[in-house]
Design a protein around this ligand. Structure first.
Ligand code: ADP
Ligand code: MG
Length: 232
């Protein structure tokens, strides 16, 4: 589906929250690399998709009513076989029923399991006076505890993307700290530029949250994404 079709569908359903699947589809259209993610409506479909994508896979609850999927046992990673996928499917469904009985669950997303990388985050929020603003930071405790993030107003110039990535306090981690490989900083900068270009030409998106993005020596991939639309 193209960006406008996804946005129109959500608006027609009077939703402001997109599913992870929809958010990743839009980001892919914006030139931002995401893990391949497909909706399974049944256990059989989840198995078929897992075999098509190739093990290991990740299964996640897909519901517009559930924002923090892992908090309720809605994310199962590193599934290596048909049996593992079947068990994960049942476990996720029963966890969702137990902890969030009113949630409207459309199914379970099956995704390629991304190789571990350095976790970074990227996002967009709208400032009442400056308009859309992009955010970049290191994932996990760096953002949650240390608030080590950088912001720039859209549109970004190349120099803005470069500065954003280089101004965070944990920058050394990007450069390969203690035997870890250095990450592909130009690739991360290009992701921010692509996001900026996309925001500039697309109306109606209030917020984007890519958390985490796995950064590698070569490239990077968005592993989880959330998108919120503006109220009409
Ligand atoms: P939440 O809604 O709780 O933020 P996430 O989709 O971020 O759920 O999944 C939780 C964690 O599981 C992520 O932070 C990441 O470490 C891991 N994870 C999720 N999806 C994948 C994936 N496709 N490949 C590898 N790891 C993943
Ligand atoms: Mg997440």
């Amino acid at each position: 589906m193209k960006v406008n079709e996804i946005l129109d569908k959500a608006r027609a359903e009077k939703r402001t929250i997109l599913t992870e699947i929809e958010a990743k589809e839009i980001l892919e259209e914006a030139g931002i690399n995401c893990t391949r993610t497909i909706l399974a409506a049944s256990k059989e479909q989840a198995v078929a998709l897992s075999e098509e994508i190739g093990y290991p896979v990740v299964l996640k609850i897909s519901s517009v009513d559930i924002t923090h999927k892992s908090d309720l046992g809605g994310v199962k990673v590193n599934l290596n076989s048909r049996e593992a996928v079947e068990t994960a499917f049942d476990d996720i469904m029963s966890a969702a029923k137990a902890k969030h009985p009113d949630a409207n669950v459309e199914g379970i997303s099956v995704q390629r399991m991304a190789t571990a990388g350095l976790e970074v985050i990227m996002g967009m929020t709208r400032d009442p006076s400056f308009g859309p603003v992009l955010m970049f930071g290191l994932g996990g405790v760096f953002v949650e505890v240390l608030k080590d993030v950088a912001f720039r107003i859209v549109p970004l110039e190349k120099i803005d993307a470069t500065e954003m990535v280089s101004q965070i306090k944990g920058k050394k981690l990007l450069e390969g700290y203690r035997g870890q490989p250095r990450v592909d900083v130009p690739f991360l900068e290009q992701m921010l530029l692509n996001l900026s270009a996309f925001i500039e030409k697309t109306d109606g998106i209030a917020e984007i949250d890519m958390n985490p993005v796995f950064a590698y020596e070569d490239g990077a991939v968005v592993v989880d994404a959330r998108m919120i639309l503006e109220e009409n």
